[in-house]
Design a protein. Structure first.
Ligand code: CMP
Length: 137
């Protein structure tokens, strides 16, 4: 079924010059980019985006990481893009992510407290809708 998902190139992905590689993977797979913008997220936006993580021990480090520079926010569309994109990102921890995935190929986890892992992808169709409304309000 055709779906939309919310994708983000996180600050480490932008800093390391991986925007092009990541966009190329989205398009090579056959997903369509329907909206895209660059912004530096505020702590308020992140508190909504990461609502399920706000009380976790790593949350302050996550906010420092995610407000450290610009991100690229993307809406992508395609057949089962939510699950497909999560597969393409690889596991959360770049050290464990399979080679061939974005995190497996480019991730280094050089600041372990906030697990820098280059990209975000919504975990369900419902989350995607919520995140798209939040980031592209
Ligand atoms: P993501 O899964 O896209 O969204 C939540 C983010 O929090 C995750 O990527 C990591 O960047 C970070 N994160 C998740 N779990 C941990 C953890 N155990 N330790 C540090 N950072 C984490």
């Amino acid at each position: 079924m055709t779906e939309q998902t919310f994708i983000m190139v996180k600050p480490d992905g932008v800093l390391r010059g991986k925007i092009g590689d990541i966009i190329m993977r989205i398009e090579n797979k056959g997903y369509r980019i329907v909206a895209m913008k660059m912004l530096t997220p505020t702590a308020e936006l992140l508190a909504q985006h990461y609502a399920e993580h706000v009380n976790k021990p790593f949350y302050p480090a996550l906010v420092d990481y995610m407000t450290s520079g610009p991100v690229v926010a993307i809406i992508a569309e395609g057949e089962q893009v939510v699950a497909g994109w999560r597969h393409m990102m690889g596991e959360t921890n770049p050290t464990l992510a399979n080679p061939g995935t974005i995190r497996g190929d480019f991730g280094r986890e050089w600041q372990a407290e906030a697990m820098m892992n280059l990209v975000h992808g919504s975990d369900s169709v419902a989350s995607a809708q919520r995140e798209i409304n939040l980031w592209f309000a």
